[in-house]
Write a new protein. Structure first.
Length: 547
């Protein structure tokens, strides 16, 4: 059992595609007072790692098991034909894992969820099938944040669905629906109606600030003019603030960027204004999410439950570089005919804009690259933890943490054991480990030692981190499909590839990758895309069924 007189409640909050330095506690200029309060009362971490895409991270977070074993070896519908319907690549959580909601529910917890699921939409795959007792969920990857629920692309249509405790309600959303405010209201409703004699596990998974960048009218001008200086000015400001609070070393230089995108000064004035507008909308979405978090925390405080609640806040991956035509396999010109992205409508219903690659890498300051890649900007995200039993305070930069650690940590605090088998299935091994002893200061041992590697792979971008070293393999268009070697202790921004200088270390780390790949059943993508052989409807009707 825990050191508290009763088992703690848990509030797990995840935002979608928020950059490493977007929120104020991590150096951002965006107004996030509630996250700032959490950070001041708890602990914030540098070196917390996730997957480079939304659904795989959520699979890690829900199960504590590597994504190649839990069913999200690749994010649907990105499968190659040689991966489709193979074990570990089901595209939904498989039977060889138990979710944190299932385990805590079995252990007497009340479990509820409001927000993005992205881990299966067919019978048996939804959150209410995987341990959540009260649910309002978005089942897909992204959509219009308003009641029209317009899909990102035709390939996303089959799982662009809202689920209300097992009922599809996509066509019955209220006229004033906006994802962030609605998720907040439903979560507070679930908590208000919870059994008084049981602890709760609440999963609040905002879709913001995932594109399309949209906010209610009263938020449209919240950040008007704030980003007129462009991404270089934002990077400089954030770097200065991060140094001031001790998040990064004083001698760390400004990240020069990847060189994949035009320089700000090269853009014509009308394009600069359009680009600045996109970041204004993204910032407003993040502030709205912070306000929602504040409402939930306020309700818990008013009812006397907050002091008994462990709060975990994180983003699911780095900031998103994808433009709207990425989802549609279309052209920018076609996007402009399908949506009204005029200056006056940008951010409203019927528009579809994204921050794009240049802002995405700036949002991940001081890291390099972004979502889709296994560079630091793709897989390192902000993490804040506070609550009963969490004795650590301040900023922690010397611990290597992973999303799979959340499950064993919360089970440890809850006094719930994870069984070896469940429902007749032997459970896959945990990849994560508990932080509880370290958070309680009852142990000084590092959560991971210098001998202990972390492996990553998603859409053929790969990495291993061990003992301060990292090997990185980036597939096109961001890399040349060759291994690079970085010393993160001296080069956290991955600026200097030292593979030629350290061939022995490169070989050692490649061996670590091979061992990781074998242990999790990695299947190298053939490049023959499943959607070239079947419609999205057929894909999503069959996914979840392994051979």
């Amino acid at each position: 059992m825990t050191t508290q007189s009763k088992r703690p409640n848990v509030l797990l909050v995840v935002v979608d595609d928020m950059g490493y330095s977007d929120c104020a506690p991590f150096g951002g200029e965006i107004a996030t007072p509630n996250l700032s309060r959490l950070a001041e009362e708890g602990v914030r971490f540098r070196n917390f790692y996730v997957s480079s895409l939304c659904a795989p991270t959520r699979s890690l977070l829900m199960t504590g098991v590597d994504n190649h074993l839990n069913g999200l070896g690749v994010m649907p519908p990105m499968h190659s034909m040689n991966q489709f319907m193979q074990p570990g690549y089901e595209g939904t959580l498989n039977a060889n894992v138990a979710t944190i909601a299932e385990l805590l529910s079995d252990g007497g917890y009340f479990t509820c969820m409001a927000g993005k699921w992205h881990l299966g939409k067919n019978d048996g795959q939804r959150p209410e099938d995987r341990g959540f007792q009260q649910v309002f969920s978005f089942l897909g990857g992204g959509a219009s944040h308003f009641a029209d629920a317009r899909e990102l692309a035709p390939s996303e249509g089959p799982h662009t669905l809202y689920d209300d405790n097992g009922r599809d309600v996509t066509d019955a959303l209220p006229d004033d629906f906006y994802s962030t405010t609605y998720y907040t209201d439903r979560m507070i409703g679930f908590l208000r109606e919870r059994p008084a004699d049981r602890p709760f596990f609440a999963y609040l998974a905002y879709t913001a600030p995932h594109d399309p960048l949209q906010v209610p009218d009263e938020w449209l001008d919240r950040y008007r003019g704030r980003y007129d200086g462009g991404y270089p000015a934002m990077v400089t400001e954030r770097t200065r603030r991060m140094k001031a609070v001790g998040l990064i070393p004083q001698d760390l230089e400004i990240n020069p960027g990847t060189g994949h995108f035009p320089e700000w000064d090269e853009l014509p004035p009308d394009e600069q204004r359009s680009q600045a507008r996109k970041m204004e909308l993204c910032a407003a979405m993040i502030e709205m999410a912070d306000a929602g978090i504040g409402q939930v925390l306020g309700y818990l405080e008013e009812t006397g439950a907050l002091d008994d609640t462990i709060v975990v806040f994180m983003s699911d991956n780095g900031a998103n570089p994808k433009e709207p035509h990425f989802y549609s396999a279309s052209t920018p010109e076609q996007i402009d005919t399908w949506y009204d992205n005029s200056p006056g409508n940008m951010g409203r219903k019927g528009s579809f804009v994204s921050i794009g690659g240049a802002w995405a890498e700036a949002c991940n300051t001081p890291l390099s690259y972004f979502k889709l890649t296994t560079s630091e900007g793709g897989v390192q995200v902000p993490l804040i933890v506070k609550g009963p039993g969490v004795e650590r305070r301040g900023i922690v930069t010397d611990q290597l943490l992973h999303a799979t650690d959340i499950v064993p940590t919360l089970l440890d605090y809850a006094g719930v054991e994870r069984p070896k088998e469940r429902n007749g299935h032997v459970l896959a091994p945990l990849y994560g480990r508990s932080w509880r002893a370290w958070l309680e200061r009852s142990s000084r041992q590092p959560i991971r030692g210098s001998y202990d590697p972390l492996g990553f792979e998603m859409i053929e971008c790969k990495a291993v981190i061990k003992g301060g070293w990292k090997i990185l393999f980036l597939a096109p268009p961001y890399g040349q499909s060759e291994w690079q070697l970085y010393d993160l202790r001296e080069d956290p921004q991955e600026q200097v590839n030292v593979a030629a200088q350290h061939p022995e270390k490169l070989a050692e780390m490649q061996a670590e990758w091979e061992a990781y790949a074998r242990s999790v059943g990695y299947i190298e993508a053939s490049g023959d895309r499943a959607l070239a052989h079947m419609s999205p409807e057929e894909f999503f009707s069959r996914y979840g069924m392994a051979t």
